[in-house]
Design a protein around this ligand. Structure first.
Ligand code: HEC
Length: 182
């Protein structure tokens, strides 16, 4: 009997908690949600995901970044920084991705990077090249995304992250498959 009562009570408490959670989501502007540093909801072999299943970063209290964030830093500075500036800070030529990602979803980001974009503005054509066939970008899309996401959400300072996790076996396997064309 006591157990039954307890179950009923705790179930209704959960119900209230869910309702409060829903209200918080409903009354929080989407832009704010994206710009807040948040703990990842799930880990899979050293790779981190948010509650919606999108890739995200994990930065420990001592500043150690997960492998993918570190890898993204390197890939970004290999293929993107010449136009978008060091650390995602932008240039006179291309926007600061550390700002862009405050308002872009993971899907929107990958679409622009794969397809590229051309926009005519006051006589000039602004060109974001397509990287859809560049393995150095496509095979590290999530890495670049989580690095820029960490910058956009204010979780990571400018410059090379000093401490990082070891490269997970899953990252080595995925890289071999992707670069091998398999
Ligand atoms: C040759 C220069 C150049 C390179 C290299 C480049 N970009 Fe761009 N990118 C641009 C320009 C210019 C724009 C702005 C296009 C426009 O006017 O909408 C842009 C726009 C973007 C946007 C959309 C931003 C927004 O606010 O809408 C994303 C995302 C992006 N680039 C990601 C990348 C990534 C990731 C890389 C590296 C893999 C990269 N870019 C490399 C020039 C470049």
């Amino acid at each position: 009997m006591v157990i039954t009562k307890f179950r009923v009570a705790s179930r209704s408490k959960i119900g209230v908690a869910i309702k409060i959670g829903l209200l918080a989501v409903l009354f929080t502007p989407a832009g704010m949600l994206r710009a807040e540093p948040a703990a990842p909801a799930r880990e899979e072999d050293g790779k981190f995901f948010d509650a919606e299943g999108n890739p995200t970063y994990r930065i420990k209290a001592d500043g150690t970044v997960d492998w993918y964030t570190y890898s993204g830093f390197r890939r970004y500075h290999g293929d993107c920084h010449s136009c978008h500036g060091p650390d995602g800070a932008g240039s006179t030529y291309a926007p600061a991705l550390a700002d862009s990602l405050k308002n872009m979803t993971y899907q929107q980001f990958t679409e622009v990077v794969i397809q590229g974009r051309q926009v005519a503005r006051s006589g000039n054509t602004s060109v974001m090249p397509s990287f859809g066939t560049n393995q150095n970008v496509v095979c590290y899309m999530d890495d670049i995304y989580v690095y820029l996401r960490a910058r956009a959400e204010g979780a990571l300072n400018r410059g090379r992250p000093e401490k990082r996790d070891e490269k997970p076996q899953a990252a080595k396997d995925a890289e071999a498959t992707c670069l091998g064309g398999g």
